[in-house]
Write a new protein. Sequence first.
Length: 58
Amino acid sequence: MLVDAIYIFLDEGGNFDFSDKGTKFFTLTSVLKRRPFNMYGQLTELRFDLIESGLDIE
């Protein structure tokens, strides 16, 4: 029996250092998908296109 699974991707930006040295904002972003694996090929192609064009970011 297959389970109807969902996948949640969560990313944060900023930090919890609320002093003058900390970031001004703290953000949370999320994406919810049932089965995101069919996008893997397109994202990999985009990644290597960007690297080959000189934009080498993580």
